[in-house]
Design a binder for this molecule. Structure first.
Ligand code: MOS
Length: 770
């Protein structure tokens, strides 16, 4: 019976089950919680990027009425232990221990937390702390003296293991022999995820047990990580995060402030609430660091790739060797026999970078897909045709089969909808008065990840069900996807399903990262619901008073609140059938382990460590979702103003569980892709290694007028090898769109911009005049 569910390739276009609460302002986000008798905290952060604190004068701050406590390295020190970073199998975004010593590793490092009776007093006191520094000259980014460089990967042989630089064949020979070549450098800027909900944490202690209210993409990770930092049992930490006001990776790792707030609350014996400022958000959490790339492509005259090399350079912090190493994806996108890659990291005086939506693919696919467009021009070939002639069902590094790959379908659907056939390829050839029109395209891809997940499902005698799992509603609509899945599996309507998430009192779910949540959580939900169906069917075929007595349990189905025979021969109310199993609720708890995860994966789940598998990590296959990005730009021939009036994308990502929320994810990704190409960059003052546009006035993001028409086409795809046929969709929509924009700008103007963002000053002066 467990496999008796026939799932539609496109699920219902249900509205968000929590939509009403959200628009009514009744959904409580992490920073919305305020326990009784709270104190308020304000952070002070360093004004230098490198050096030491030489003096800390708290007298004036402490003299302000209402100031309760001030935490600095002097009274914290070893009371908070350093944690390991997420990439080092820990939980933290940085390995720098909070308020540990007088040493400053980056601008905006937390140097004090002031606790007071009101926010205003805490803020005032924080500003009146007198901090003196001995400043050393920082090296903040590429090209600075004092930067160290090392390979991101160990150079092991054979170079085909996870964590190696992907390579195959003889790149150098093939590139030398190629009749058509591209060899170019590309660059992407520093970018910050600026979720609407500010960063913060609220802590409260009772009977030595800690409660934390904080928006999180990994509540079980925060629970275990905080316990380690504070030297207490994880069972004494409760993390509550029912709604998250934007995440994008920024809330996947623990930041330094959480343990500081928890310690402060312990010291003053009252709840403490911190909401940090917008500018502090640029340095107290992770971000997307700037990257550089060299892409070399060799092709035959008919457009077949014969050689591909991708070398990447990334910035990280002094103490942490974080890298995104998107060569894992960029070397596997197209058929090619001779591939080489290398990723370097540079340790700079910056805070540690971290996950930001499609962390590896955004920079690396920008470089590759820009180079592919250059190759199309060098070959005098249509850019869509070039991608399709190099399409493959076999990844080139290990020769593994893609579980499914509908790149062709995506390009056909999106180019049709876009009207690509009307494009004239010559740059500057599609002019509308003073506006130069450009049409560009690029491929999108994202690995299909999945992780272990635990879930509890209860079916009640009244025919309603409750699903509990500590997954995360980061805006993706996970409650809706879960409700749709449970409703299908239990033969109930969506409104009969209650979903509880975002709380460590619930069974552990993986980090909401790598677009794994829908596949991971819905697999666990389907597993648990399947067991409930099995119990009901078994009890019904064995019971005297059942219309199904003596039948084959495998022939029974749950449908529309009834237990029915597959041939339609008999039917019984679900409640009556369920009563035979239990007069109360039927409850099933599962630890679901997806294919490819070792049994230790379940233990990791309860430690808040997500054993993500899938993507390029499997031995017998490779799983990715694909898409085709198209965009139109208009560049004003006199002023260089750049607009992107429309974007069309088609995406194929397995079974569409929740049609409405999936489309929202993709559409949001498309908008962000345009934003990443034309607007976003965090600017670093090279003399001081400080950001100077650390606010939403000067860190540019698009407003509605910047994004007029977005068309999002979802192409359902059958894939029996990925869990429940699901491929994650949260990050797919923005990948490649930055390259599509750059390619469109070239088509409009003949100016090739290889460094994002693309702004007026980069095209002005090179524009064709009439
Ligand atoms: Mo996402 S950047 O994988 O949280």
């Amino acid at each position: 019976m467990a496999d008796s569910i026939v799932r539609e390739l496109t699920g219902p276009a249900a509205s968000r089950v929590d939509g009403r609460l959200k628009v009514m302002g009744q959904a409580l986000y992490g920073t919305d919680f305020l326990p009784d008798e709270p104190l308020f905290a304000f952070l002070r952060t360093s004004s230098i990027a490198k050096g030491k604190i030489t003096a800390l004068d708290e007298a004036e701050a402490r003299a302000i009425p209402g100031v309760v406590e001030i935490l600095t390295y002097k009274n914290v020190g070893d009371r908070i232990k350093p944690g390991k970073t997420f990439s080092d199998k820990g939980y933290m975004g940085t390995s720098i221990a909070p308020l540990h010593s007088d040493e400053i590793f980056h601008d905006g490092q937390i140097v004090a937390l002031v606790v007071a009776e009101s926010f205003e007093v805490a803020r005032d006191a924080a500003h009146r702390l007198k901090i003196t520094y001995a400043e050393q000259e920082p090296a903040g980014s590429f090209d600075e003296a004092g930067l160290s460089q090392k390979p991101a990967h160990k150079d092991t042989k054979p170079a085909q293991e996870e964590g190696d630089d992907p390579k195959v064949g003889d790149f150098a020979g093939a590139f030398a022999d190629a009749p058509v070549k591209i060899d170019q450098m590309y660059a992407t800027p520093t970018q910050h995820h600026n979720p609407l909900e500010l960063f913060g944490s609220t802590a409260s202690w009772r009977d030595n047990k800690l409660t934390i209210w904080e928006s999180s993409q990994n509540v079980w990770g925060f629970k275990n990580g905080l316990a380690e930092q504070l030297g207490i049992d994880a069972s004494d930490v409760h993390v509550i995060s029912p709604y998250v006001g934007g995440a994008f990776g920024s809330r996947g790792s623990l930041s330094q402030y959480t343990a500081i707030v928890a310690l402060a609350s312990k010291l003053v014996n009252r709840p403490v609430k911190l909401v940090a400022t917008r500018d502090q958000a640029f340095t107290i959490v992770t971000y997307r660091a700037e990257t550089r790339h060299r892409v070399q492509l060799g092709a035959s005259r008919n457009g077949k790739l014969t050689a591909l090399r991708h070398e990447g350079w990334e910035i990280t912090s002094r103490p942490d060797d974080y890298s995104v190493a998107g060569t894992d994806s960029s070397t596997r996108l197209y058929a090619c026999d001779n591939i080489d890659s290398k990723v370097w990291i540079h340790n700079a005086d910056r805070n540690t970078p971290g996950f930001m939506r499609s962390p590896p693919e955004i920079p690396y696919i920008f470089a590759l897909e820009s180079a592919m467009d250059e190759l199309a021009y060098a070959l005098d070939m249509d850019p869509v045709a070039l991608r399709l002639i190099n399409d493959t069902m076999k990844e080139p590094i290990k020769g593994l089969p893609y579980t499914s790959r509908n790149l062709k379908g995506c390009f056909e659907a999106a180019s049709d909808a876009f009207g690509w056939s009307k494009r004239t390829p010559e740059p500057g050839s599609m002019r509308d008065g003073d506006w130069l029109i450009g049409w560009g395209t690029a491929t999108s891809l994202y690995p299909t990840n999945v992780a272990p997940c635990a879930v509890r499902v209860r079916l009640s005698p009244d025919g309603s069900a409750r699903v509990q799992t500590a997954t995360h509603e980061i805006g993706t609509g996970v409650r809706t996807a879960i409700a749709i899945t449970a409703a299908e599996d239990l033969g109930l309507t969506i409104d009969k399903i209650t979903v509880e998430v975002g709380d460590t009192d619930l069974p552990p779910a993986p980090v909401a990262g790598g677009s794994n949540s829908t596949a991971s959580v819905c697999s666990a939900v389907a597993n648990a619901c399947g067991q409930i169906r099995q119990k009901i069917a078994d009890a019904s075929v064995g019971a005297d008073n059942s219309p199904f007595k003596g039948r084959d349990a495998g022939s029974l189905r749950l449908r529309d609140g009834r237990l029915v025979a597959a041939d339609g021969g008999a039917s019984e109310a679900l409640q009556d059938a369920a009563m035979r199993v239990s007069p109360g609720v039927i409850e099933v708890y599962v630890d679901h382990l997806p294919d490819g995860v070792k049994p230790e994966g379940a233990r990791g789940l309860y430690k808040g460590q997500s054993a993500l598998t899938g993507g390029t990590k499997l031995e017998d296959r490779i799983q990715f979702a694909f898409g085709a990005q198209f965009v139109e730009v208009r560049v004003h021939a006199r002023t260089g103003e750049i607009r992107a009036p429309r974007a069309v994308g088609a995406y194929s990502f397995g079974r569409i569980v929740s049609a409405k929320t999936a489309k929202s994810q993709l559409m949001g990704g498309q908008i962000w892709g345009i934003s990443a190409a034309l607007h976003e960059a965090t600017e670093l003052d090279r003399r001081t290694a400080k950001y100077y546009n650390d606010d939403l006035a000067e860190y540019l993001i698009p407003v509605n007028a910047d994004v007029p028409v977005i068309e999002t086409i979802m192409i359902p795809e059958r894939d029996d090898k990925v869990p429940l046929g699901i491929k994650g969709v949260g990050e797919l929509g923005n990948v490649g769109l930055n390259a599509a924009v750059a390619n469109a700008v070239f088509h409009a103007t003949g100016v090739r911009i290889r460094e994002l963002p693309i702004r007026i000053e980069k095209v002005l002066g090179s524009l064709p005049q009439t």
